[in-house]
Design a protein around this ligand. Sequence first.
Ligand code: HSE
Length: 402
Amino acid sequence: MINVAILGYGTVGGGVAEVLKTNAASIAKRVGEELNIKYILDIREFPGDPFENIITKDFDAIVADADVKVVCETMGGLKPAYDFTKKLLEAGKSVCTSNKELVAAHGPELLALAKENGCQYLFEASVGGGIPIIRPLLTCLTAEEIGEITGILNGTTNYMLTKMDKEGSDYADVLKEAQDNGYAERNPEADVEGYDACRKIAILASLSYGQTVNYEDIYTEGISKITKEDFDYAGLLNRSIKLLGFCKEEGGKKYAMVAPFLLDENHPLYSINGVFNGILVHGNMVDDVVFVGRGAGKLPTASAVVSDIIEEAMNLGKASDIEWVDEKLTLDDKNELKFKYMVRVSGNASDGRFAQVFPGAEELGAEILAGEYAFVTPELTEGEFLSKYATLSNAIKFIRIK
Ligand code: HSE
């Protein structure tokens, strides 16, 4: 029997206990031994809960218990998860987590600590919820030079954008629904302003480049300014709006960014709807590989955490071998990237002003709202676009096209 502990009995932690209980027999067969939940750490009381008798507030007892070999941290946030994780790794216990905030902020340090102490630190659930992406990237796509990773990396915003697109739903209502379904972060600003997707692409970029991409260095725009009218314009272009995070290597330069993009129906991520995430990996030999699944929610995320628990239980005493060093990778300027842009402006297209500023731009030709129109620019570097856009006195907004 291998004893495990769960830190944090919230949505994901509760899911981990449920997955371990529901699939106990098949998991025991795979591991070769039964996995026993010895402790669940939480500051709250859970009267009547089936795990009530093992819920504790005593973290030190878990660290001191030599019988506990594997711990999953599903607390979220940096404090106290960071200190707890360090103490557990120092005690030689393998830790796994769904905590992208912690992995993005301290991943290489915690991996080094795991290596030093002959244990593992795994974080499959930190990106893409239930989608296996980190292990495939590290163990299956190893023959590849990865040119680009583009993902719909946040279930909450994809759920919201899909409902706004397909049902014309109101932003506030769909955010509430996503929260009620357990998809959203404690502070939903992390979802809607793109910070959550930013941390996830920072993790994928760091793993694929082997150095640390600081999430603070990634230009990030969320969806809080996207409106129903934007979808009406997107419809004129037979496109949808998706919040994308991507990192790419081009001509020896490395870029990363998070923003809403207009995708056409031929794009592999166009039809990824609802809480589903999609991650498109482009390798120089294999070409495109797409990973799709539920990007948030109790059981899908818990399934990924439990896959790490199993991996750790099957490899007790084996030190972490993930290559991610604590050296900062300096990203290149996203203003060098090229896109087309859909621009909304007030006034009347017949004044032709847009074509003077953006030669070759095409007007969309249908009135969505009185007193405004929209056009699509030719492909421009972001720097060139932004300086021209700044000269428009009647600009309302723009959305990039991928
Ligand atoms: N709030 C996150 C999301 C949870 O919606 O994707 C999973 O990381």
